[in-house]
Ligand binder design. Structure first.
Ligand SMILES: Cc1cc2nc3c(=O)[nH]c(=O)nc-3n(C[C@H](O)[C@H](O)[C@H](O)COP(=O)(O)OP(=O)(O)OC[C@H]3O[C@@H](n4cnc5c(N)ncnc54)[C@H](O)[C@@H]3O)c2cc1C
Length: 336
């Protein structure tokens, strides 16, 4: 099937002029990926509705890092600046609601929102993100993103020189916390402990950790109390451990089922895309944390990556619409 077919059927439609008319594109999700996609599409004078249920993955964090020009800014500030830029574009509407369902008929996607609104469009950019799953360890969920952080690249610098613990509670990824402990020890601190909670760590890796003077505590973890700078890890049958910083990597899942509802090919929590952010369903693009390029490694979950992918999704979505509108498919796809 040609990549242009999904948008082909609506090629002769006039540009819609009312909000009840089909939009060119619905962008689902108002995190960095969705905001970036809506900005690019709006600037191409595409009519866009961005629908957002405002449950951002990094909502608990007070600071975000590594986003050029905004290092240290709060995630909320970054989103607000993005929203302000969208507000200047008359072709972009932002709608706060959750999309509960979608159908696809006659070249149009029809979205049903939680507030009863129905919105239709010729194409869709899914930027619905991931949801981190709560830990089994008491006290971790409410501290996650603030006093307990997940990523040395995002937040390691702020923990340099501090006493650090890495918590493990997922046997499926036993090596990951061990590797993280080693990474933190080699980059940021002489005082790193790995609290395995009994999770099995390969013997060879244990030896490497010991060689780097990383304490390995295998007792079951019962809770975390305190806040950043003065945290305490309680064990069920061992003395408690005081730490200034704690790292913990949660499991995660796709926040929305819209991609699978639309029939997009997926790989666990990821919607598979090509290098132009096209999913396996024509007219549907995905960007940000949910999108993974087919055959690639697990993608990087960073703001800059989400912004870049949202931009790419928007650009190729616009180009596919443009090609369909101008009947260029046969010119660009030579017949065999
Ligand atoms: C605690 C924490 C701290 C982080 N710190 C950093 C950092 O310092 N630097 C960095 O680069 N990265 C950081 N990250 C990673 C970064 O937050 C993500 O990579 C980025 O937010 C992904 O953006 P996104 O647009 O894909 O998803 P999100 O920002 O999660 O946005 C997805 C949006 O889609 C909406 N949505 C989902 N389903 C629907 C639906 N059905 N209808 C309507 N809306 C829907 C959600 O409500 C949400 O608003 C951090 C992550 C976490 C968890």
């Amino acid at each position: 099937m040609s990549q242009y077919e999904g948008v082909q059927q609506s090629v002769d439609k006039e540009k819609p002029s009312t909000s009840d008319s089909p939009r060119d594109v619905v962008v689902v999700g108002g995190g960095p990926a969705g905001l970036s996609a809506a900005l690019v599409l709006g600037r191409q004078l595409r009519t866009v509705t961005l629908v957002d249920s405002s449950q951002y993955r990094n909502a608990p964090a007070t600071e975000s890092h590594m986003y050029l020009g905004s290092d240290g800014a709060s995630p909320q500030d970054i989103r607000e600046r993005g929203r302000e830029e969208l507000a200047a574009l008359p072709t972009v509407t932002v709608h706060t609601s959750e999309i509960l369902g979608v159908t696809s008929e006659n070249g149009l996607f029809v979205f049903r929102c939680g507030d009863g609104t129905e919105i239709s469009s010729r194409a869709v950019v899914l930027a619905t993100g991931h949801r981190d799953l709560p830990s089994n360890i008491r006290g971790v969920a409410q501290r996650f993103g603030r006093s307990i952080v997940h990523c040395p690249f995002c937040h390691g610098y702020e923990t340099r020189g501090r006493s650090i613990a890495v918590l493990a509670d997922n046997p499926a990824v036993a090596a990951q916390p061990a590797m993280q402990a080693l990474y933190l020890r080699t980059h940021y601190s002489d005082d790193v402990a790995l609290c395995t909670g009994g999770t099995e760590i390969p013997e060879a890796l244990r030896e490497v950790l010991s060689d780097h003077a990383i304490a390995i505590l295998d007792a079951p973890i019962s809770s975390v109390t305190g806040e950043s700078g003065a945290l305490t890890i309680e064990f069920s049958d061992a003395p408690s451990l005081s730490r200034e910083a704690i790292f913990y990597v949660p499991r995660y899942e796709a926040r929305s089922t819209l991609a699978t509802d639309l029939g997009c090919e997926n790989d666990g929590p990821y919607t598979l895309v090509d290098h132009c952010q096209r999913t396996s369903v024509a007219g549907v693009y995905a960007a940000g944390d949910i999108a993974k390029i087919r055959g690639a490694d697990v993608p990087l979950s960073f703001i800059s990556q989400a912004v870049a992918a949202g931009q790419a999704a928007a650009l190729w979505c616009d180009q596919d619409l443009f090609i369909a509108e101008n009947h260029l498919q046969s010119v660009l796809t030579p017949s065999k």
